[in-house]
Ligand binder design. Structure first.
Ligand code: ZN
Ligand code: ZN
Length: 369
C-alpha cells in the first residue's frame, strides 16, 4: 500500500548519517550490512535478497533482477543500486574496490552466515574484516515520528482484530480455529503480515509462555491467552490479552489482578533514563511480593519495530538506560503448570513528557459469556 509521501521517498538520510558516525567511532572505513531489517531501515528496500555497503561517501545496495522494479520504487535517493546478474557477492568486490580509502570493513557478526564469512576471507582477502555488533540495531531502537505512526497503525489493527475475535469466542472451537479467525481479522484490518504465528493458548496450555495454537478445544472456565500482532509498513505491534471463557473462579481473578497490577505499575513507572533492569524490577518485585515470583520466568519486555523482538530489552541483566523514542512491550505474566497462565502485554512509547501506552484495549478481566 502506497499512501503516504514519507514512505514513497524512502527513509530519511539522517539514518545513514548516524550510521556513518557509528562506523567512524568503531574505527572502520565501511560496514557490510547483511541483516535484511537493517537494510530496509537504512534504504527502504524490503526485498529478501540484498547486501548493503556503507562507507563515508557511498551507500551501495546489491540485489537481483527480481527486485529491479521494487527497488526503484522503494529505495531512498541516497542509495546506489546495483542489480547483480549472478551472485551478489561477485558484485560486492568491485563495488568495494571502486570506493577510495576503504581498508577496514565491519561485518555484522549476528547476521553473517559462516559460509559467507569464508567468502570474505577468501575472495575479499585484500580488505581487513572486523566483527561488529548492533551498530544499526542501536539506531533502530530509537523511532522517529514516521516509525511511531506505523506502529500506532499496527496497534490499532491488532486491537480491531482482537475485538472482533473475542466476539466469536466460544467453547468447542480449537485454538487453531481461533488463531485463524484472529489472523483473518488482522488481514481485514489491513495487516501486511503476521510478526509471528499468532499464539492462542487455552486452559492448562495458557501456562506455556510460548505456546503455539494447537488442536485443544476451548472449554467453559478456560483462560484463553491470545498473543499476536499486526504489521503496517513493515512495523510490528505485539499484544497479549488473557480472557476467561464463562465465569472466572476467584483463583483466576486473583492471579489475573496481580498480573494486571504489575502491568499497570510498570507502564506507569517506565520513563526515559531508567535502566532496563529497573523497569523489569517494577513488575517483578510486585509479582514476587504477591508470592508468584517463581511463576514469572521471562523478562518484562522488548523493543518492537521492523522486527517484533529488537533492542532494547527490559530484563534483569540490562544496564543500559532507556531513551526518548524507544517503543517497548510491557508483558508481565504468571504461569502455573497444569493450571494455566495469564499475560497482559502492552506497547509503550517513551517520550520526554513520559511514557505513552499505545495499546488502548481493556485491561480488566474479560469474561466471555
Ligand atoms: Zn507478544
Ligand atoms: Zn512481546
Amino acid at each position: 500500500m502506497r499512501d503516504d509521501a514519507a514512505f514513497l521517498s524512502g527513509p530519511p538520510a539522517s539514518r545513514l548519517a548516524a550510521l556513518r558516525d557509528a562506523i567512524g567511532r568503531a574505527d572502520l572505513d565501511a560496514l557490510l550490512v547483511t541483516g535484511l531489517p537493517s537494510i530496509r531501515y537504512l534504504t527502504g528496500f524490503s526485498g529478501s535478497n540484498a547486501l548493503l555497503l556503507v562507507s563515508a561517501i557511498e551507500c551501495v545496495l546489491l540485489t537481483d533482477f527480481r527486485y529491479e522494479a521494487q527497488v526503484a520504487d522503494e529505495v531512498a535517493p541516497h542509495t546506489t543500486v546495483k542489480i547483480e546478474p549472478t551472485s551478489l557477492w561477485a558484485g560486492l568486490w568491485p563495488s568495494i574496490a571502486a570506493i577510495p580509502g576503504v581498508e577496514r570493513i565491519g561485518f555484522e557478526s549476528a547476521h553473517l552466515l559462516h559460509r559467507d564469512f569464508a567468502r570474505l576471507l577468501e575472495q575479499g582477502g585484500r580488505w581487513q574484516w572486523r566483527p561488529t555488533a548492533d551498530l544499526v540495531e542501536a539506531l533502530r531502537a530509537v523511532k522517529d515520528p514516521g516509525e511511531v505512526a506505523h506502529i500506532r497503525r499496527a496497534v490499532a489493527m491488532a486491537e480491531q482484530a482482537l475485538d472482533r475475535t473475542l466476539s466469536v469466542l466460544r467453547p468447542g472451537l480449537t485454538e487453531t480455529m481461533v488463531a485463524g479467525v484472529l489472523e483473518q481479522h488482522l488481514r481485514e484490518a489491513g495487516s501486511e503480515a503476521f510478526p509471528f504465528p499468532s499464539i492462542v493458548a487455552s486452559g492448562p496450555r495458557s501456562a506455556l509462555p510460548h505456546a503455539r495454537a494447537g488442536d485443544r478445544r476451548l472449554e467453559l472456565g478456560d483462560f484463553v491467552l491470545l498473543d499476536f500482532g499486526a504489521v503496517a509498513h513493515g512495523y510490528c505491534s505485539d499484544i497479549t490479552r488473557t480472557v476467561v471463557l464463562g465465569t472466572a473462579t476467584s483463583e483466576q481473578r486473583t492471579v489475573y489482578e496481580i498480573v494486571r497490577e504489575a502491568n499497570v505499575r510498570a507502564s506507569g513507572a517506565i520513563r526515559v533514563g531508567m535502566r532496563g533492569l529497573a523497569a523489569d524490577a517494577v513488575a517483578r518485585d510486585y509479582i514476587d511480593a504477591c508470592g508468584f515470583g517463581d511463576a514469572f520466568g521471562h523478562s518484562l519486555g522488548h523493543g518492537i519495530g521492523l522486527e517484533v523482538h529488537e533492542a532494547p530489552r527490559l530484563a534483569k541483566t540490562v544496564e543500559a538506560p532507556l531513551a526518548t523514542g524507544m517503543v517497548v512491550t510491557i508483558e508481565p505474566g504468571i504461569y502455573r503448570p497444569g493450571w494455566g497462565g495469564v499475560r497482559i502485554e502492552d506497547d509503550v512509547l517513551l517520550t520526554d513528557a513520559g511514557a505513552e501506552v499505545l495499546t488502548t484495549f481493556a485491561r480488566h478481566l474479560i469474561e466471555i459469556a
